[in-house]
Design a protein around this ligand. Structure first.
Ligand SMILES: [Mn+2]
Length: 116
């Protein structure tokens, strides 16, 4: 079982983040995980947080669900994709640091899901 699978299996909610000025690989990776969770973990609360993206990506499944503002939601797990450091999370590092279960054994920015 992969580390990600173990983490997802023990999480009831997941926030998904990517980098500022999201491009195609950022949107594709974050929405890919979001759609995977919708399909395979139907009872899980999952949200993607990104800055506004170009309309040319509107065809991507789940594009309309992307949240563009921080909010009061909390999550068990936060997955950062296509982003190498916390500064490139833009307005959303609070969501990253607010997850209930800190990622084990390493500082947030050195976790394999968000390599610094
Ligand atoms: Mn990118």
């Amino acid at each position: 079982m992969t580390i990600l699978r173990q983490m997802l299996d023990s999480a009831g909610s997941v926030a998904i983040l990517g980098h500022i000025r999201p491009d195609g690989d950022c949107l594709g990776s974050t929405l890919g995980l979001y759609n995977y969770l919708q399909l395979n973990y139907p009872n899980m609360k999952a949200s993607v947080y990104l800055e506004e993206a170009a309309d040319k990506f509107v065809y991507l499944k789940g594009f309309e669900t992307i949240r563009h503002e921080t909010d009061e939601e909390t999550y068990d797990l936060c997955v950062c994709l296509d982003c190498g450091d916390l500064e490139r999370l833009g307005n959303f590092p609070a969501i990253w640091s607010g997850q209930k279960e800190p990622l084990p054994g390493s500082p947030y920015h050195q976790h394999p899901l968000c390599p610094g």
